[in-house]
Design a protein around this ligand. Structure first.
Ligand code: EAX
Length: 321
């Protein structure tokens, strides 16, 4: 009788009757782009892989936060578990990563991915722990290109006088000031309003970001400068990783590798289809760019990087085969 009443009560309140509900631990990953993007592809692959491997004991929640610096700080203090971010603001946390932000450092995508996957990139991931962060895996955005609302940029001289939003990254800012532009650093969250209001004339981002974020709506001209490779990185809270069992941690790292693979595959696909897509959306695209002329125009910045960054590391990266 008593039992029956309890069952009835449980049914009314929709309480679980059988074994106590499995406790599910939530892992939140923030990233600055729409889900339909190369970051979203990476985050989704991680979610699917880790939730499957942990048989549902973990749920991975993907959130958008287009202020990368704030998201990294949240990971540091542990209010969220992970972030996928460009290296834009990362040098302010882990200064060594600034070496990767040097313009024209990588010859092509294979060179960049190869270096990041090599001992050079892996050593740099290890540097994050001294800053209360765990660098888990390298991902990417692709090579950055210049867009603006004023004019077709064909030569370095055309960049002079343009107000260009850069990331909060002193290496990039130095490059644009050397070209005679007026670099204006701001978070990604401020970019579209700044372009709409004309606070800045232009910005620079890889094709996958321009496509995913519809920057064609606020920018008319695109020049395929490919002036710098833009790595991304999955950063997590070290205490969260330490709390995982050894088996779960191994599964999480596998999931992170799956995330990097999905992210890179999507970047490759977006770079193949993106220029045609942006033309279809109305952008004027300059594809013939004299890369040597841009590199020459940056000579003074290169001299400064050799001095202020790790010159030996830069040479090792350039020589990497
Ligand atoms: O990480 O801020 C930027 O321009 C980044 O490239 C973008 O947020 C993707």
């Amino acid at each position: 009788m008593k039992m029956t009443r309890r069952l009835a009560l449980a049914a009314t309140l929709a309480l679980p009757l059988a074994a106590p509900a499995m406790a599910q631990t939530q892992i939140t990953i923030q990233h600055p782009l729409p889900l339909n993007s190369h970051y979203g592809a990476g985050a989704t692959a991680l979610k699917e892989s880790f939730e499957r491997a942990s048989a549902g004991r973990y749920s991975v929640v993907i959130q958008r936060n287009d202020n990368e610096r704030e998201a990294i700080e949240s990971v540091q203090i542990g209010t969220i578990e992970c972030v996928i971010t460009s290296t834009g603001p990362v040098g302010n946390f882990v200064p060594e990563t600034r070496n990767l932000d040097v313009p024209f450092l990588f010859r092509d995508t294979a060179h960049a991915r190869g270096v990041l996957d090599s001992e050079i990139g892996q050593t740099m991931l290890g540097r994050f722990s001294a800053r209360g962060l765990a660098g888990v895996v390298w991902m990417e955005n692709g090579f950055r290109h210049l867009t603006n609302s004023r004019r077709e940029v064909n030569t370095p001289a055309d960049v002079r006088g343009l107000k260009v939003r850069t990331m909060e990254n002193q290496v990039h800012m130095r490059a644009f000031s050397t070209l005679g532009a007026l670099p204006t650093p701001m978070a990604f969250s401020e970019l579209v309003p700044a372009l709409q209001q004309g606070t800045v004339d232009g910005q620079e981002n890889p094709i996958p970001v321009i496509v995913a974020n519809n920057l064609n709506q606020v920018q008319r001209f695109l020049t395929l400068t490919g002036h710098v490779y833009s790595p991304a990185i999955l950063i997590c809270n070290p205490a969260m990783l330490a709390r995982l069992s050894a088996a779960d941690r191994a599964a999480f790292l596998e999931a992170a590798k799956a995330a990097a693979a999905a992210n890179r595959a999507r970047v490759t696909a977006d770079e193949q289809s993106g220029v045609a897509e942006l033309r279809r959306r109305g952008m004027t695209v300059v594809t013939q760019v004299d890369s040597a002329a841009f590199q020459q125009a940056l000579a003074a910045a290169f001299t400064e990087y050799e001095r202020t960054l790790d010159g030996a590391l830069l040479r090792r990266i350039r020589a990497w085969q």
